[in-house]
Design a protein around this ligand. Structure first.
Ligand code: ZN
Length: 272
């Protein structure tokens, strides 16, 4: 559910004075304080507050704000991906990095549901880290700081080609061969391609997928699968652009999804 919250502002508060007001005294500010907002994003928010001088009472709706850079940023009023939903499961709930922008969380739910509507045999989507509540440093990651990154486990099958759900990640070579609990498993190119297609076409962030990091070899398997499945050329072209192996990191055991700033967040300090 998008975490809408409403900042109801008494308009007599001069915008410039906002920075001097403790967060807890601003209506709705407690939520911002909980999310460890620094003042910089608030300066952006202040621009949307009612202008001083007007005596009407106005309401500013704010969903989430991804502020700063993925490797140095914050997440304000982030949406929470529940630990388990009908079509997904968070696999590292102990670290609590289950927060993202509302569009990231909505889009992941959408993509997970689409996979299972298209093919009920598909296991739940196993979701790794998003961002911490409020964002900021995420140990073991360079990014994941402002709600626009998500790690997603691959789908894979056992020797009998049955889908396997796993809360653990496992690595696959360029031919899609892996090993799980001492047994050979295969990268499920069909379902993994379907996931990539769902990420690229979902109505929440599909057009703003910036990267889907994955190893070079698995990328080739996915694009081959896309061609075999008769995917639309435009979609394949977008997938070819988004799927990439980043320098210095193999990504042989999970996808890392990065979405770009929304137009709204860009105006408020989000940086790609
Ligand atoms: Zn990641």
């Amino acid at each position: 559910m998008p975490r809408k919250f409403v900042l109801a502002a008494a308009v007599a508060v001069p915008v410039a004075a906002l920075a001097a007001v403790p967060l807890r005294q601003i209506p709705g500010g407690a939520a911002l304080q909980r999310s460890q907002a620094s003042w910089a994003p608030l300066r952006g928010l202040a621009a949307r507050w009612p202008q001083p001088g007007s005596h009407a009472r106005r309401t500013v709706e704010l969903e989430s704000l991804s502020w700063g850079l993925p490797a140095r940023g914050r997440l304000i009023n982030g949406a929470e991906l529940s630990a388990e939903g009908p079509h997904w499961r968070s696999i590292r709930t102990e670290v609590g990095r289950i927060y993202g922008t509302s569009e990231l969380v909505d889009g992941l739910r959408w993509a997970a549901e689409r996979l299972r509507v298209m093919d009920p045999e598909t296991p739940m989507l196993a979701v790794g880290d998003l961002s911490a509540e409020g964002g900021g440093r995420a140990p073991r990651h360079r990014s994941h700081q402002n709600g626009r990154d998500a790690d997603l486990n691959f789908f894979w099958t056992d020797a009998a080609e049955r889908p396997v759900f796993s809360e653990r990640m496992t690595s696959f070579d360029a031919k899609g061969r892996g090993d799980y609990a001492g047994r050979p498993v295969r990268f499920d190119a069909r379902r993994n391609w379907s996931l990539v297609a769902g990420l690229l076409t979902n109505p929440h962030f599909g057009r703003r997928v910036r990267w889907i990091f994955v190893s070079r070899g698995l990328r080739a398997l996915l694009l081959k699968e896309a061609a075999a499945a008769g995917a639309a050329p435009d979609l394949v072209a977008r997938a070819a652009k988004a799927l990439a192996q980043p320098p210095g990191s193999s990504h042989r055991n999970h996808f890392h999804l990065r979405i770009a700033c929304s137009a709204e967040d860009l105006r408020l300090g989000c940086r790609d």
